[in-house]
Design a protein around this ligand. Sequence first.
Ligand SMILES: NC(=O)c1ccc[n+]([C@@H]2O[C@H](COP(=O)([O-])OP(=O)(O)OC[C@H]3O[C@@H](n4cnc5c(N)ncnc54)[C@H](O)[C@@H]3O)[C@@H](O)[C@H]2O)c1
Length: 278
Amino acid sequence: MYPRFSHLSLAPTNGINATLDATPPPLIPAVGPRLAHKVCVVTGAASGIGRAIAVYFAKQGGDMALIDMNDEGLRETTSMCEAQGRRAAYFIGSVGSKADVDRMLASIITIFGTVDVLVNNAGISRDNLFTKMEEAQWDAVLNVNLKGVFLMSQAIAHVMRAKGAGSIVNISSIVGKSGNIGVANYGAAKAGVIGLTKCIAKEMGRHHVRCNCVLPGFVMTPLIANLPPKVMEAVIRDTPLGRLGEPEEIARACCFFASEDGSYCTGNCLEVAGGMFM
Ligand SMILES: NC(=O)c1ccc[n+]([C@@H]2O[C@H](COP(=O)([O-])OP(=O)(O)OC[C@H]3O[C@@H](n4cnc5c(N)ncnc54)[C@H](O)[C@@H]3O)[C@@H](O)[C@H]2O)c1
């Protein structure tokens, strides 16, 4: 067992009085549910990766507050979480609307009393070549994929700061790092999510709120189902593991950051992309 330093006073350096109250969280056992009784908010939970995150977190003992605009899919995911024996409730609205975000968060607090974990997963694509991209395509993607992360994180950061604990996990994309043809709006938004993650991490660390980012590669969900077969073949050829990702493989990475397994991680960006664009 290593000694653990709960209160560390550093001598003043460069004129700054650096006294830290750096009490580490109690370490949880290496086996067992990772999110027992944590209230977890997942956006874009009606489909694909968001659904996989919701169900995996419920399996890990989380109580689930699920957000999406797709009423039917959201009800299905809610039932799937309840089938894991956890509390689950759904909230219909857009992450890109401050009015919707405030309304949904108020309902979440009424039902669950708090928020411990936020996963900003909701996302859309409106692909077009850069020279042909319309302003509406740019605005739609930036509104959901970047502004939505800002609005949700800001609203829930107030709750987490007040309780002095919390974990935010943002879903970016490998495209936010590598770029790609026909996705200038999407790539710019996802690169923005990486920058936003690091800013939140720096600002909220002193409140014991962590913020990290997961960068999926190509994962088989409705979002990429319409990619031309030639593009799919090229993706698989360029992926060292030689296959697409499964939504649950993204969920497992999110659980690492959301839970105390990732208790000393903040501002990190983890690629879960089968080795694509190392
Ligand atoms: N599938 C991939 O290959 C891949 C790769 C990298 C990153 N991602 C990212 O993963 C996340 C999930 O994507 P997915 O593949 O599961 O797609 P998906 O289309 O299956 O799911 C996205 C969900 O977000 C919801 N949504 C859209 N706009 C919303 C809004 N304004 N408010 C609330 N919910 C909204 C949709 O209704 C849908 O349920 C996205 O952020 C996406 O950019 C996906």
